[in-house]
Design a protein around this ligand. Structure first.
Ligand code: AMP
Ligand code: MG
Length: 421
Protein backbone atom coordinates (compact mmCIF):
# COMPACT_ATOMS: atom_id res chain seq x y z
CA UNK A 1 0.00 0.00 0.00
CA UNK A 2 1.86 3.09 -1.21
CA UNK A 3 -0.16 5.60 0.83
CA UNK A 4 0.61 3.75 4.04
CA UNK A 5 4.27 4.68 3.91
CA UNK A 6 4.89 8.25 4.98
CA UNK A 7 7.58 10.23 3.22
CA UNK A 8 10.72 10.73 5.21
CA UNK A 9 11.04 14.26 6.58
CA UNK A 10 14.04 14.71 8.87
CA UNK A 11 14.37 18.26 10.18
CA UNK A 12 16.95 20.12 12.23
CA UNK A 13 15.93 20.60 15.83
CA UNK A 14 15.10 24.26 15.26
CA UNK A 15 13.00 23.61 12.14
CA UNK A 16 11.11 20.78 13.86
CA UNK A 17 10.41 22.99 16.86
CA UNK A 18 9.19 25.81 14.57
CA UNK A 19 6.83 23.40 12.83
CA UNK A 20 5.29 22.45 16.18
CA UNK A 21 5.06 26.09 17.26
CA UNK A 22 3.39 26.94 13.96
CA UNK A 23 0.76 24.23 14.41
CA UNK A 24 0.32 25.12 18.10
CA UNK A 25 -0.52 28.68 17.06
CA UNK A 26 -3.49 27.33 15.05
CA UNK A 27 -5.30 25.48 17.83
CA UNK A 28 -8.39 26.93 19.48
CA UNK A 29 -8.51 27.64 23.21
CA UNK A 30 -10.62 25.23 25.29
CA UNK A 31 -13.87 25.90 27.19
CA UNK A 32 -13.88 27.92 30.39
CA UNK A 33 -14.56 26.93 33.97
CA UNK A 34 -14.64 29.00 37.16
CA UNK A 35 -12.24 28.55 40.06
CA UNK A 36 -11.48 30.15 43.40
CA UNK A 37 -8.24 32.04 43.45
CA UNK A 38 -5.89 29.55 45.14
CA UNK A 39 -7.41 26.62 43.25
CA UNK A 40 -6.40 28.35 40.00
CA UNK A 41 -2.68 28.04 40.81
CA UNK A 42 -0.87 26.46 37.88
CA UNK A 43 -3.93 26.73 35.66
CA UNK A 44 -4.33 28.92 32.58
CA UNK A 45 -6.24 32.19 32.84
CA UNK A 46 -9.21 32.39 30.49
CA UNK A 47 -10.14 36.04 31.02
CA UNK A 48 -8.31 39.35 31.02
CA UNK A 49 -7.75 40.90 34.43
CA UNK A 50 -8.02 44.66 34.54
CA UNK A 51 -6.89 46.95 37.37
CA UNK A 52 -10.05 48.12 39.19
CA UNK A 53 -8.09 51.02 40.76
CA UNK A 54 -4.67 52.60 40.44
CA UNK A 55 -1.80 50.51 41.84
CA UNK A 56 -0.75 51.82 44.24
CA UNK A 57 -4.05 53.63 44.91
CA UNK A 58 -2.29 56.52 46.72
CA UNK A 59 1.29 57.84 46.80
CA UNK A 60 2.82 55.24 49.08
CA UNK A 61 5.76 55.62 51.41
CA UNK A 62 8.35 52.93 50.68
CA UNK A 63 10.14 53.51 54.00
CA UNK A 64 9.65 54.31 57.65
CA UNK A 65 10.85 57.89 58.12
CA UNK A 66 9.73 61.46 57.60
CA UNK A 67 7.75 62.94 54.73
CA UNK A 68 9.41 66.25 53.80
CA UNK A 69 9.58 69.00 51.21
CA UNK A 70 12.89 68.65 49.34
CA UNK A 71 13.36 72.46 49.33
CA UNK A 72 13.59 72.36 53.13
CA UNK A 73 16.71 70.16 52.93
CA UNK A 74 18.93 72.56 50.99
CA UNK A 75 21.10 72.98 54.10
CA UNK A 76 22.10 69.77 55.87
CA UNK A 77 21.63 69.02 58.71
CA UNK A 78 18.12 70.50 58.62
CA UNK A 79 15.85 70.85 61.62
CA UNK A 80 12.14 70.45 60.81
CA UNK A 81 9.04 70.66 63.01
CA UNK A 82 7.15 67.36 63.25
CA UNK A 83 3.47 68.15 62.72
CA UNK A 84 1.96 64.65 62.79
CA UNK A 85 2.27 60.94 62.22
CA UNK A 86 0.80 58.91 59.37
CA UNK A 87 0.40 55.17 59.75
CA UNK A 88 -0.39 52.58 57.09
CA UNK A 89 -4.14 52.60 56.56
CA UNK A 90 -4.51 56.11 58.05
CA UNK A 91 -7.94 57.62 57.49
CA UNK A 92 -7.78 60.39 54.86
CA UNK A 93 -9.10 63.02 57.34
CA UNK A 94 -6.07 62.43 59.59
CA UNK A 95 -3.56 63.18 56.85
CA UNK A 96 -2.30 66.79 57.02
CA UNK A 97 -3.69 68.66 54.01
CA UNK A 98 -0.39 70.45 53.49
CA UNK A 99 3.10 70.78 54.86
CA UNK A 100 4.30 74.32 55.43
CA UNK A 101 7.89 75.42 55.02
CA UNK A 102 10.05 73.83 57.73
CA UNK A 103 7.59 71.08 58.59
CA UNK A 104 7.84 67.28 58.39
CA UNK A 105 5.52 64.45 59.23
CA UNK A 106 6.50 61.09 60.67
CA UNK A 107 5.44 58.33 58.25
CA UNK A 108 5.43 54.53 58.14
CA UNK A 109 6.03 52.13 55.24
CA UNK A 110 2.82 51.64 53.27
CA UNK A 111 1.26 54.89 54.54
CA UNK A 112 -0.12 57.59 52.21
CA UNK A 113 2.29 60.48 51.63
CA UNK A 114 0.63 63.92 52.00
CA UNK A 115 0.23 65.81 48.73
CA UNK A 116 2.60 68.63 49.59
CA UNK A 117 5.50 66.33 50.61
CA UNK A 118 7.76 65.27 47.76
CA UNK A 119 10.18 62.88 49.47
CA UNK A 120 10.47 60.51 52.40
CA UNK A 121 13.75 60.47 54.34
CA UNK A 122 14.54 57.11 55.91
CA UNK A 123 14.43 57.08 59.69
CA UNK A 124 18.11 55.98 59.66
CA UNK A 125 19.09 59.53 58.51
CA UNK A 126 17.10 61.34 61.21
CA UNK A 127 17.20 61.97 64.94
CA UNK A 128 14.15 63.09 66.88
CA UNK A 129 14.55 66.06 69.20
CA UNK A 130 11.25 66.67 71.03
CA UNK A 131 8.80 68.26 68.57
CA UNK A 132 11.59 68.51 65.99
CA UNK A 133 13.55 66.13 63.81
CA UNK A 134 17.10 66.66 62.60
CA UNK A 135 17.72 65.34 59.10
CA UNK A 136 21.29 64.52 58.09
CA UNK A 137 20.86 63.76 54.39
CA UNK A 138 19.36 65.69 51.50
CA UNK A 139 16.72 64.11 49.25
CA UNK A 140 15.61 64.22 45.63
CA UNK A 141 12.00 64.73 44.55
CA UNK A 142 10.07 61.45 44.62
CA UNK A 143 12.62 59.63 46.77
CA UNK A 144 11.06 56.71 48.68
CA UNK A 145 7.59 57.51 47.31
CA UNK A 146 5.84 55.08 44.99
CA UNK A 147 3.63 57.40 42.93
CA UNK A 148 -0.08 56.65 42.62
CA UNK A 149 -0.75 54.43 39.60
CA UNK A 150 2.97 53.97 38.87
CA UNK A 151 2.69 50.16 38.91
CA UNK A 152 -0.58 50.08 36.96
CA UNK A 153 -3.31 52.54 36.00
CA UNK A 154 -6.97 51.86 36.71
CA UNK A 155 -8.45 50.14 33.66
CA UNK A 156 -5.14 48.80 32.37
CA UNK A 157 -4.70 45.08 31.56
CA UNK A 158 -2.82 43.31 34.35
CA UNK A 159 -3.03 39.71 33.11
CA UNK A 160 -3.99 38.49 29.67
CA UNK A 161 -5.97 35.36 28.85
CA UNK A 162 -3.49 32.55 28.27
CA UNK A 163 -1.30 33.38 31.27
CA UNK A 164 -0.28 30.37 33.35
CA UNK A 165 -1.07 31.38 36.91
CA UNK A 166 2.06 31.36 39.05
CA UNK A 167 2.32 32.94 42.50
CA UNK A 168 2.91 36.44 41.12
CA UNK A 169 -0.15 36.23 38.87
CA UNK A 170 -2.30 34.88 41.71
CA UNK A 171 -1.12 37.75 43.93
CA UNK A 172 -1.85 40.28 41.20
CA UNK A 173 -5.36 38.88 40.66
CA UNK A 174 -5.95 39.25 44.41
CA UNK A 175 -4.72 42.86 44.23
CA UNK A 176 -7.36 43.48 41.56
CA UNK A 177 -10.07 42.06 43.84
CA UNK A 178 -10.65 38.86 41.88
CA UNK A 179 -11.61 36.07 44.26
CA UNK A 180 -12.87 33.87 41.43
CA UNK A 181 -11.23 33.40 38.07
CA UNK A 182 -12.29 32.11 34.69
CA UNK A 183 -9.76 29.46 33.70
CA UNK A 184 -9.48 27.12 30.74
CA UNK A 185 -10.51 23.50 31.08
CA UNK A 186 -7.52 21.20 30.92
CA UNK A 187 -7.10 19.24 27.69
CA UNK A 188 -7.00 15.44 27.73
CA UNK A 189 -3.85 13.83 26.41
CA UNK A 190 -3.94 10.12 25.60
CA UNK A 191 -0.80 8.03 26.15
CA UNK A 192 -0.26 4.85 24.17
CA UNK A 193 2.88 2.83 24.91
CA UNK A 194 3.70 0.20 22.32
CA UNK A 195 5.87 -2.88 22.27
CA UNK A 196 5.49 -6.67 22.55
CA UNK A 197 8.08 -6.71 25.34
CA UNK A 198 6.29 -4.10 27.50
CA UNK A 199 4.25 -5.29 30.48
CA UNK A 200 2.13 -3.34 32.97
CA UNK A 201 3.88 -2.19 36.17
CA UNK A 202 1.76 -4.44 38.32
CA UNK A 203 2.68 -7.58 36.31
CA UNK A 204 5.70 -9.79 37.03
CA UNK A 205 7.93 -9.36 33.97
CA UNK A 206 9.38 -12.43 32.27
CA UNK A 207 13.17 -12.52 31.76
CA UNK A 208 13.04 -10.56 28.47
CA UNK A 209 10.12 -8.31 29.29
CA UNK A 210 10.30 -4.68 30.35
CA UNK A 211 7.95 -2.82 32.67
CA UNK A 212 6.04 0.05 31.14
CA UNK A 213 7.69 3.20 32.44
CA UNK A 214 6.97 5.57 29.57
CA UNK A 215 3.24 5.80 30.21
CA UNK A 216 3.99 7.01 33.73
CA UNK A 217 6.82 9.42 32.98
CA UNK A 218 4.65 10.87 30.21
CA UNK A 219 1.64 11.12 32.53
CA UNK A 220 3.81 13.06 34.99
CA UNK A 221 4.99 15.41 32.25
CA UNK A 222 1.45 15.88 30.93
CA UNK A 223 0.18 16.81 34.40
CA UNK A 224 3.05 19.21 34.84
CA UNK A 225 2.26 20.79 31.47
CA UNK A 226 -1.28 21.48 32.69
CA UNK A 227 -3.24 18.68 31.02
CA UNK A 228 -5.01 15.48 32.06
CA UNK A 229 -3.28 12.23 31.11
CA UNK A 230 -5.43 9.37 29.82
CA UNK A 231 -3.45 6.12 29.94
CA UNK A 232 -4.41 3.49 27.37
CA UNK A 233 -3.56 -0.21 27.61
CA UNK A 234 -0.18 -1.21 26.18
CA UNK A 235 -0.35 -1.82 22.42
CA UNK A 236 1.38 -4.91 21.03
CA UNK A 237 3.41 -4.67 17.82
CA UNK A 238 0.44 -6.01 15.90
CA UNK A 239 -1.47 -3.87 13.40
CA UNK A 240 -5.10 -4.59 14.28
CA UNK A 241 -4.89 -4.02 18.01
CA UNK A 242 -2.50 -1.10 17.56
CA UNK A 243 -4.95 0.61 15.21
CA UNK A 244 -7.83 -0.02 17.62
CA UNK A 245 -5.94 1.62 20.45
CA UNK A 246 -4.83 4.54 18.25
CA UNK A 247 -8.49 5.15 17.39
CA UNK A 248 -9.34 5.05 21.06
CA UNK A 249 -6.55 7.54 21.81
CA UNK A 250 -7.76 9.96 19.15
CA UNK A 251 -10.86 10.65 21.24
CA UNK A 252 -8.59 12.73 23.49
CA UNK A 253 -7.42 16.20 22.46
CA UNK A 254 -3.95 14.91 21.63
CA UNK A 255 -2.42 11.46 21.25
CA UNK A 256 1.10 10.62 22.39
CA UNK A 257 2.47 7.29 21.23
CA UNK A 258 5.66 5.91 22.72
CA UNK A 259 7.79 3.38 20.90
CA UNK A 260 7.41 1.77 17.51
CA UNK A 261 8.68 4.71 15.45
CA UNK A 262 12.19 3.44 14.66
CA UNK A 263 13.31 1.51 11.57
CA UNK A 264 12.68 -1.99 12.95
CA UNK A 265 10.51 -4.54 11.19
CA UNK A 266 7.92 -4.31 13.98
CA UNK A 267 7.89 -0.53 14.31
CA UNK A 268 4.36 -0.12 12.99
CA UNK A 269 3.19 3.24 14.30
CA UNK A 270 3.91 5.29 11.18
CA UNK A 271 2.53 2.58 8.90
CA UNK A 272 -0.78 2.42 10.78
CA UNK A 273 -1.13 6.18 10.97
CA UNK A 274 -0.31 6.34 7.26
CA UNK A 275 -3.13 3.90 6.57
CA UNK A 276 -5.37 6.23 8.56
CA UNK A 277 -4.45 9.04 6.10
CA UNK A 278 -2.26 10.93 8.55
CA UNK A 279 -0.36 13.98 7.44
CA UNK A 280 3.23 13.82 8.70
CA UNK A 281 4.91 17.17 9.44
CA UNK A 282 8.15 15.42 10.26
CA UNK A 283 9.31 11.84 10.77
CA UNK A 284 12.59 12.59 12.48
CA UNK A 285 14.74 15.36 13.94
CA UNK A 286 18.51 15.69 14.00
CA UNK A 287 18.71 15.30 17.75
CA UNK A 288 20.04 12.78 20.23
CA UNK A 289 18.31 11.32 22.12
CA UNK A 290 15.05 11.21 20.19
CA UNK A 291 15.98 11.14 16.51
CA UNK A 292 12.97 9.06 15.29
CA UNK A 293 10.37 11.51 16.73
CA UNK A 294 7.25 11.89 14.58
CA UNK A 295 4.69 14.70 14.49
CA UNK A 296 1.49 14.76 12.48
CA UNK A 297 -2.21 15.12 12.23
CA UNK A 298 -4.75 12.45 11.44
CA UNK A 299 -8.36 12.80 10.27
CA UNK A 300 -10.69 11.57 12.94
CA UNK A 301 -14.43 11.55 13.45
CA UNK A 302 -17.61 10.35 11.76
CA UNK A 303 -16.89 11.50 8.25
CA UNK A 304 -13.13 11.26 8.16
CA UNK A 305 -11.15 11.22 5.96
CA UNK A 306 -12.28 14.49 4.45
CA UNK A 307 -15.17 15.88 6.49
CA UNK A 308 -14.51 15.10 10.19
CA UNK A 309 -12.11 16.85 12.49
CA UNK A 310 -8.49 15.90 12.83
CA UNK A 311 -6.25 15.32 15.80
CA UNK A 312 -2.57 15.95 16.35
CA UNK A 313 -0.30 13.11 17.42
CA UNK A 314 3.31 12.65 18.38
CA UNK A 315 5.15 9.39 17.89
CA UNK A 316 7.83 9.54 20.55
CA UNK A 317 10.74 7.09 20.49
CA UNK A 318 10.37 4.39 23.14
CA UNK A 319 13.75 4.65 24.81
CA UNK A 320 12.74 6.19 28.12
CA UNK A 321 15.08 9.18 28.02
CA UNK A 322 14.22 9.83 24.37
CA UNK A 323 10.56 9.78 25.34
CA UNK A 324 11.08 12.33 28.11
CA UNK A 325 13.31 14.63 26.06
CA UNK A 326 11.12 14.63 22.95
CA UNK A 327 8.10 15.37 25.13
CA UNK A 328 9.84 18.47 26.48
CA UNK A 329 11.11 19.61 23.10
CA UNK A 330 8.01 19.03 20.97
CA UNK A 331 4.89 17.75 22.75
CA UNK A 332 4.85 20.32 25.54
CA UNK A 333 4.20 23.42 23.39
CA UNK A 334 1.27 21.68 21.69
CA UNK A 335 -0.21 20.65 25.06
CA UNK A 336 0.20 24.18 26.36
CA UNK A 337 -1.59 25.56 23.29
CA UNK A 338 -4.42 23.03 23.63
CA UNK A 339 -4.73 24.26 27.23
CA UNK A 340 -5.16 27.85 26.06
CA UNK A 341 -1.66 29.00 26.98
CA UNK A 342 0.13 31.65 25.00
CA UNK A 343 3.09 30.05 23.24
CA UNK A 344 6.25 29.94 25.31
CA UNK A 345 9.75 29.75 23.96
CA UNK A 346 12.19 27.16 25.21
CA UNK A 347 14.44 28.74 27.81
CA UNK A 348 18.09 28.00 28.28
CA UNK A 349 20.59 29.15 30.85
CA UNK A 350 24.35 29.06 30.48
CA UNK A 351 26.73 27.43 32.90
CA UNK A 352 30.41 26.59 33.08
CA UNK A 353 31.22 23.04 32.09
CA UNK A 354 33.02 21.03 34.78
CA UNK A 355 34.47 18.25 32.61
CA UNK A 356 35.09 18.19 28.86
CA UNK A 357 32.59 16.70 26.41
CA UNK A 358 33.49 14.61 23.36
CA UNK A 359 30.72 13.54 20.97
CA UNK A 360 30.22 12.85 17.28
CA UNK A 361 28.98 15.75 15.16
CA UNK A 362 25.74 15.85 13.16
CA UNK A 363 23.07 15.81 15.87
CA UNK A 364 22.04 18.37 18.45
CA UNK A 365 22.44 16.62 21.75
CA UNK A 366 20.48 17.00 24.96
CA UNK A 367 22.55 15.17 27.53
CA UNK A 368 21.35 14.52 31.09
CA UNK A 369 23.46 16.62 33.43
CA UNK A 370 23.75 17.96 36.92
CA UNK A 371 23.80 21.70 37.57
CA UNK A 372 25.37 22.41 40.93
CA UNK A 373 27.54 24.93 42.74
CA UNK A 374 27.19 27.66 45.32
CA UNK A 375 25.12 30.81 44.91
CA UNK A 376 25.80 32.51 41.55
CA UNK A 377 28.74 30.20 40.69
CA UNK A 378 26.98 27.30 39.05
CA UNK A 379 28.70 24.59 37.06
CA UNK A 380 27.35 21.72 35.07
CA UNK A 381 28.59 18.19 34.49
CA UNK A 382 27.34 15.34 32.34
CA UNK A 383 26.17 12.23 34.13
CA UNK A 384 27.76 8.98 33.07
CA UNK A 385 25.01 7.29 31.14
CA UNK A 386 24.48 4.24 29.02
CA UNK A 387 22.53 5.98 26.24
CA UNK A 388 18.97 6.93 25.52
CA UNK A 389 17.51 4.24 27.77
CA UNK A 390 19.36 5.22 30.93
CA UNK A 391 16.61 6.39 33.22
CA UNK A 392 18.68 5.93 36.35
CA UNK A 393 21.14 8.58 35.15
CA UNK A 394 18.30 10.83 34.05
CA UNK A 395 16.65 10.57 37.45
CA UNK A 396 19.88 11.89 39.02
CA UNK A 397 20.00 14.75 36.50
CA UNK A 398 18.35 18.14 36.95
CA UNK A 399 18.97 19.51 33.45
CA UNK A 400 20.21 18.71 29.97
CA UNK A 401 23.40 20.12 28.47
CA UNK A 402 22.81 21.17 24.89
CA UNK A 403 25.64 20.35 22.49
CA UNK A 404 25.35 21.96 19.03
CA UNK A 405 25.60 19.56 16.06
CA UNK A 406 28.90 21.02 14.84
CA UNK A 407 30.84 20.58 18.11
CA UNK A 408 32.75 17.39 18.75
CA UNK A 409 34.75 18.72 21.67
CA UNK A 410 33.86 21.20 24.39
CA UNK A 411 36.62 21.90 26.89
CA UNK A 412 36.16 22.03 30.64
CA UNK A 413 35.58 25.62 31.74
CA UNK A 414 33.63 26.65 28.62
CA UNK A 415 30.12 27.98 28.99
CA UNK A 416 27.44 25.68 27.57
CA UNK A 417 23.70 26.03 27.07
CA UNK A 418 21.62 24.20 29.65
CA UNK A 419 17.95 23.30 29.38
CA UNK A 420 16.39 23.03 32.84
CA UNK A 421 13.88 20.35 33.68
P1 AMP B 1 11.20 1.35 20.41
O1 AMP B 1 11.17 2.83 20.28
O2 AMP B 1 9.87 0.71 20.36
O3 AMP B 1 12.16 0.78 19.41
O4 AMP B 1 11.80 1.05 21.84
C1 AMP B 1 13.12 1.44 22.16
C2 AMP B 1 13.54 0.91 23.49
O5 AMP B 1 12.71 1.47 24.51
C3 AMP B 1 13.40 -0.59 23.65
O6 AMP B 1 14.52 -1.05 24.37
C4 AMP B 1 12.12 -0.76 24.41
O7 AMP B 1 12.10 -1.94 25.17
C5 AMP B 1 12.11 0.46 25.30
N1 AMP B 1 10.72 0.85 25.60
C6 AMP B 1 9.76 1.04 24.69
N2 AMP B 1 8.60 1.36 25.29
C7 AMP B 1 8.84 1.38 26.61
C8 AMP B 1 8.02 1.64 27.75
N3 AMP B 1 6.74 1.95 27.63
N4 AMP B 1 8.60 1.57 28.97
C9 AMP B 1 9.90 1.26 29.08
N5 AMP B 1 10.73 1.02 28.05
C10 AMP B 1 10.21 1.06 26.81
MG1 MG C 1 9.12 -1.16 20.22
Amino acid sequence: MAESHPGVVILSFEDARRVVEGQAALVRAPQLETSDLVGATGRVLGEGIVADRDIPPFPRSARDGFAVRVVDLSHIPAKLKVVGEIRAGEKPEHIPARLNSGEAVSIMTGAPVPASADAVVMVEYTSSQGDYVEISKSATAGENIVARGSEAREGSMLLRPGTRLNEAAIGLAATAGKDRLEIYQRPQVAVLSTGDEIVPVEATPGPTQIRNSNSYSLAAQILEAGAIPVLLPIAPDEPRRLRQLIEQGLRADLLLLAGGVSMGKYDLVEQILGEMHAEFFFTGAKIQPGRPVVFGKVPFGAESPGGGSSKYFFGLPGNPVSTMVTFELFARPMIEALGGMSPRKLMFVHARLKCEIRVKTGLKRFLPALLSGEFECSQVELLAWQGSGDMAATARANCYVVVPPDREHIAAGEFVAVMMR
